[in-house]
Design a protein around this ligand. Structure first.
Ligand code: 4AD
Ligand code: MG
Length: 463
């Protein structure tokens, strides 16, 4: 007999046909009339399927009356319409096979609500809840839409290394990768650790960004994008930081900052339109249960033209407001209260800030003529803050060399990166989108830890 997913059953409505479904019990209710209702879910849909199990089934007493939330079953039967009920159709079981029973005294996912904090402690089971089922389906749709978007525009999907020996962002947030014996570290004459005897014969770490490597392929293949895990040892216990997060990084030859911004805006709108069209049930669930203005916010983003303004102009606007806990002056790194003010109070829509002071941005960004600012752009969204960071890259060899010197970075460490500027250099640009911040935006989940199956944050890498 053909196994159908619950999602397919609701889509095709094969009434009066024999079907088979497999899933996990959500609830069991026994009726006085000598039968039981089982609600089952298989993860393919927010909706459950109702099963009617009659006491004439041969294992009714022995098995079905022992089914509790969490048990796994295979049900074969006839799908019948159920007018008047809460659901359009239900499955009249002809056989119920139990794969695994569940212990009602200890299974944590019963009727009562569990806080998201508590669910993080049982992250191995939370994928069975309505909320995490929906988050997972939306996250999946956003991944798929990402590939569609870039493939439609002739970008090549590129896998950049996870273990690296270069620090792209220069912010010193690297996780070291080593096989050295901590109890017996090899030291040189000066007493420093001798990395030559380490696995890679030099200091290595987990990547904070695939950008530098992506640039090398963009300067040859034209357009590439990465989509992979990145790691940052920032000690920030906030609702928008993870130590391990996924980033999408397109990189394009022959483009300037304006074209980079246009791509970022198109990409975000494409993603949101995609889930509005493909994840209706899940988004309605989030709108009802998690964030009441979610659909309004998402529709607003796709229908608004993003505002672009320079950092300097933003600082002028922010300086008029004296109520910030971090006072604003030219040169500071903007705090979330400042970003919020711009997107939620001043403009009430997505804002792209450009041309930041060089002192608060990495070495690779293209220097502007004022020699004070660089061709950077950050996309800021209401409620989310920074979702995308990008720039036009410094393609002029001498300017890049000067910048490295200014920052006390060694040319030798960047010889291959400089080679791109020695051999057929071209203007090029790119950006990075934080994938979990995107999932947060699209689901309304309040904490980024609930947008990835197993969050890694300071003090916690369980599971
Ligand atoms: O602004 P960032 O640091 O930019 C880069 O890494 C560039 N190399 C990207 C590029 O031009 N190719 O990071 C990009 C985005 C941020 O805008 C943010 O959305 C996300 O990555 N992000 C984080 N997300 C979760 N947890 C963290 N700790 C994050 N740090 C950055
Ligand atoms: Mg940034």
């Amino acid at each position: 007999m053909k196994q159908l997913l619950i999602h397919e059953i609701y889509q095709k409505e094969p009434i009066d046909q024999e079907i088979c479904v497999k899933g996990w019990i959500k609830t069991r209710r026994d009726s006085k009339g000598g039968f039981s209702f089982l609600e089952i879910n298989d993860g393919s849909s927010l909706k459950n399927l109702q099963i009617i199990a009659d006491n004439s089934l041969k294992n009714y007493q022995q098995d079905i009356l022992k089914l509790f939330p969490g048990a796994s079953v295979k049900v074969e039967g006839i799908l019948v319409s159920s007018p008047g009920g809460n659901q359009k159709m239900e499955l009249k079981a002809e056989s119920v096979r139990i794969y695994g029973f569940s212990d009602v005294t200890t299974y944590p996912l019963q009727k009562q609500r569990i806080s998201f904090e508590k669910l993080r402690e049982i992250a191995h089971l939370r994928g069975r809840t309505n909320t995490f089922g929906a988050v997972t389906r939306v996250r999946n749709a956003l991944s798929f839409a990402t590939h569609c978007f870039f493939q439609e525009r002739n970008f090549y999907y590129l896998n950049t290394p996870i273990i690296t020996t270069s620090d792209c962002e220069g912010a010193g947030q690297l996780f070291r990768v080593t096989t050295l014996d901590f109890n017996n570290l090899p030291k040189n004459k000066q007493g420093n650790i001798n990395c030559e005897s380490d696995f890679f014969s030099q200091e290595a770490s987990l990547t904070v960004s695939g950008q530098l490597e992506a640039e090398t392929y963009a300067c040859g293949l034209g357009r590439v994008y990465t989509f992979g895990p990145t790691f940052r040892a920032e000690n920030s216990n906030t609702s928008r930081h993870l130590a391990e997060f996924w980033m999408v990084e397109p990189e394009m030859a022959f483009t300037n900052l304006t074209q980079d911004i246009a791509l970022a805006e198109d990409y975000l709108k494409y993603l949101i339109n995609y889930i509005l069209n493909h994840c209706k049930d899940d988004l309605e669930f989030f709108n009802l249960r998690i964030e009441n203005s979610l659909l309004e916010q998402l529709n607003k983003i796709v229908s608004s033209k993003f505002i672009t303004l320079t950092y300097t102009d933003a600082v002028k606007i922010l300086s008029r407001n004296r109520n910030f806990s971090f006072p604003v002056e030219w040169g500071i790194d903007l705090q979330s209260e400042h970003e919020q003010y711009l997107t939620e109070v001043e403009f009430k829509k997505p804002v792209v800030l450009t041309d930041y002071p060089k002192s608060i941005k990495p070495f690779y960004m293209r220097m502007n003529d004022d020699n004070k600012t660089v061709a950077a752009m950050d996309v800021l969204l209401p409620k989310i803050g920074e979702i995308i960071g990008g720039s036009q890259r410094e393609e002029r060899l001498d300017c890049l060399q000067n910048r490295l010197k200014e920052l006390d970075l060694h040319e030798n460490d960047y010889w291959w990166y400089l080679d791109l500027r020695r051999y057929g250099t071209v203007p090029h640009s790119g950006f990075g989108l934080g994938f979990e911040r995107l999932v947060k935006l699209c689901t309304g989940m309040g904490n980024i830890r609930d947008t990835i199956p197993f969050p890694r944050v300071p003090g916690n890498a369980k599971f």
